[in-house]
Design a protein around this ligand. Structure first.
Ligand SMILES: C[S@@+](CC[C@H](N)C(=O)[O-])C[C@H]1O[C@@H](n2cnc3c(N)ncnc32)[C@H](O)[C@@H]1O
Length: 401
């Protein structure tokens, strides 16, 4: 059941939103001692957070309304007080989307920085296992010393509740197989001219990315005779491009049975210097490492895997398989349906790569100008790419650059 919001809470939220909108720092500082930096006004026609309000009222920089110091300080104050960087209003805009639309560069950069901080923090918390389990253990220990207070004991989640939660998650995955790698790998794919679709109508790969794939292969193989590997065959665009650079060996790792079938049909197993590995990279790569395989170029472009998988890929496997002077490339598509998310994930990846020992060089590629709103997306669940520039990464070991 949704929490009841009192009249008093609504009034306070309205006052915070109003102070944020006016960039009234003294009032905002006082109000934030009592109320939340994320309070929304449920009675307003557009649910707008204080951050949305503060940025919207800056006006359009293209019409000479550059955000002043007060506006910048208001945004900073809200962020310091825990305002959520990617909260959505009813127009489906994050605060950063508004800053971008209004051309408020300084504020947009602040929002990107806030997004990067939040995402790095979340991933650290997840890595340290400070989620529910740690909390539960801590509370259990507390409970043992407070046995005389049974009311304070944390209610355990019953088996039925766990089952109910699992059912909801599985239902979501069934509705969209791209939410789970194993569900995707079991799903039926459809190869159509210029597009590969999964069972939930997600575009797994499209031919408008040919130029991007060719450039990835080019940046990773500056000369002939290199030892190369591509993870995720899809439509075979990048593998075809790799072969034009005459590698001494080219490994392809592919986990989906229908894509493996395509590889077989098209004779990839018999091509000179090509080795196809059937299976998930998570299972194939440890074996290659044990066999002593060393590579000059590794490219990663899978599907239905999240950022954590990419991070595991480069921080656990690329560092083992790549020659000290080798190059690593990956498909940089996370968050590509919203500019601020793309910018945040691009920065987070660059920082994590650096921590894993890699430098990143970026090359900007304009996507085809007729892509947005084009008929190419007909029959797909949603356009996965709505922004104008693809940022192509090339990674080398820090010590080699
Ligand atoms: C986006 S497509 C790759 C497109 C490719 N770059 C091209 O040029 O056509 C992603 C591919 O990764 C494969 N894949 C998904 N998860 C995988 C995994 N864990 N291990 C290996 N391959 C995987 C998919 O079956 C799919 O063929």
């Amino acid at each position: 059941m949704a929490d009841q919001v009192s009249e008093e809470d609504i009034l306070l939220a309205k006052r915070i939103i109003s102070a944020a909108e006016r960039h009234d720092l003294p009032a905002l500082k006082v109000l934030l001692k009592e109320g939340s930096a994320n309070g929304q006004d449920p009675t307003a026609s557009t649910a707008t957070s204080p951050l949305h309000a503060a940025i919207l009222s800056c006006g359009d920089a293209k019409h000479g309304k550059e955000a002043d110091e007060n506006a910048v300080a208001t945004v900073e104050l809200l962020l310091q007080n825990g305002a959520i960087w990617n909260d959505l209003n009813k127009e489906d805009e994050t605060p950063g989307c508004i800053a971008l639309r209004l051309g408020q560069k300084k504020i947009y950069d602040l929002m990107v920085e806030a997004g990067v901080r939040a995402e790095l923090l979340f991933s650290k918390i997840a890595a340290l296992g400070l989620g529910d389990d740690a909390e539960e253990e801590e509370e259990e220990a507390d409970d043992e010393t407070r046995e005389e207070q049974p009311a304070a004991k944390k209610q355990k989640v019953s088996e039925e509740q766990v089952k109910a939660i699992q059912e909801v998650v599985e239902e979501q995955v069934l509705d969209d197989v791209s939410l789970d790698n194993r569900a995707y790998l079991k799903s039926q794919l459809r190869y159509k001219p210029g597009i590969l679709l999964d069972e939930s109508d997600n575009a797994v790969m499209m031919d408008w990315e040919t130029q991007i794939m060719q450039r990835h292969a080019e940046t990773l193989t500056p000369k002939k005779g290199l030892r190369t590997m591509n993870v995720g065959h899809g439509m075979g665009i990048v593998d075809t491009a790799f072969l034009t650079h005459d590698p001494a060996m080219h490994h392809i790792v592919e986990a989906h049975p229908q894509v493996q079938e395509k590889l077989r049909r098209e004779g990839w197993y018999d091509k000179p210097n090509v080795t196809v590995h059937e299976g998930r990279w998570q299972e194939v790569l440890p074996k290659l490492f044990e066999e002593g395989v060393v590579l000059d170029a590794i490219y990663y472009d899978t599907f239905a895997e999240d950022y954590a998988a990419l991070k595991e890929f480069f921080s656990e496997y690329v560092i083992q398989l790549l020659d000290p002077n080798g190059k690593f490339g990956w498909y940089n598509g996370l968050g590509a349906d919203r500019q601020i998310c793309y910018d945040v994930y691009t920065k987070v990846a660059e920082m994590d790569l650096y921590e894993a020992g890699f430098d990143t060089a970026w090359e900007d590629i304009n996507v085809p100008s007729d892509l947005h709103g084009s008929s190419k997306w007909e029959g797909t669940r949603r356009p996965y790419w709505t922004i104008d520039v693809y940022r192509l990464p090339v990674n080398t070991f820090v010590s080699s650059s």
